[in-house]
Design a protein around this ligand. Sequence first.
Ligand SMILES: Cc1cc2nc3c(=O)[nH]c(=O)nc-3n(C[C@H](O)[C@H](O)[C@H](O)COP(=O)(O)O)c2cc1C
Length: 194
Amino acid sequence: MKKRPPSYETQELREFAEVLQGRRTISLFLQTPVPDELVRDALEAATWAPNHHVTEPWRFILPGEHTVQKILDLCRRITAEKKGDELALHKRESWAEKPGWLVVTCERSADELRQQEDYAACCAAVQNFMLYLWRAGVGSKWTTGDITRDPRFFDIIGVDPSQAFVVGLFWFGYPKLTPGQSRKELSNVLRRLP
Ligand SMILES: Cc1cc2nc3c(=O)[nH]c(=O)nc-3n(C[C@H](O)[C@H](O)[C@H](O)COP(=O)(O)O)c2cc1C
C-alpha cells in the first residue's frame, strides 16, 4: 500500500526537499554561459546564511578570463611539480572547460572559536549559493585542492593569507552529466535521547 504523505507535506515542501536532495556535485559542464544576474542573485542568497555575531566573514571573488588563465597556468605548474608534465597538461585542459569560477574566502580571526564559527558560516553561505543555482538548473563543484592553499594562488586572487583563507574554489555551469549519489539511512546517523 502506498504510504500516505504526512499532513504537513505540501507541494512546495516536496519541491524544496527535491532541491536539497537532488543537488549533486557536477564535474562535467555544458559551455552554455550562466547569466551574470543569476550568479549575483545566488551570491546575494549566500549572504543570508546564519553567521554568529553577524560577522559576515565571507568574501566572494569572481575571476574574469585573464585571472582564470593565471589560475590554469598555476594549476598546470603545481600538477607538473608533483605529478609530471603529461598529467599537468591534461588537468589544465580539463580545468579550462569549467564555465564559471568563484573563490570564497573567510576572514581570519585570532579567536579560535570565532574562527571555527566563521568557517561554519562560510560553509552555510556556500550551500545557499549552490542550492540557489541548482534550483535554477545550474550545478557546481566545491574544490579544496592543493591550489587553494598555495601562496601563488593568493597572489593571483589578491588575498593576503594572513588576513583570510580559502574556503573553496567553485566551478559552476549547466550540467552535462549529473551523477548518482547515496547516503546512509538516517537511522545510522541519528540518535534520539529521552
Ligand atoms: C569542503 C569540501 C571540499 C570538497 N573538495 C572537493 C575536491 O577537492 N574535489 C572533489 O572532487 N570534490 C570535492 N568536494 C565535493 C565532495 O566530494 C562531494 O560533495 C561528495 O562527493 C558528495 O557528493 P554530492 O555533493 O553530489 O552530494 C568537496 C566538498 C566539500 C564540502
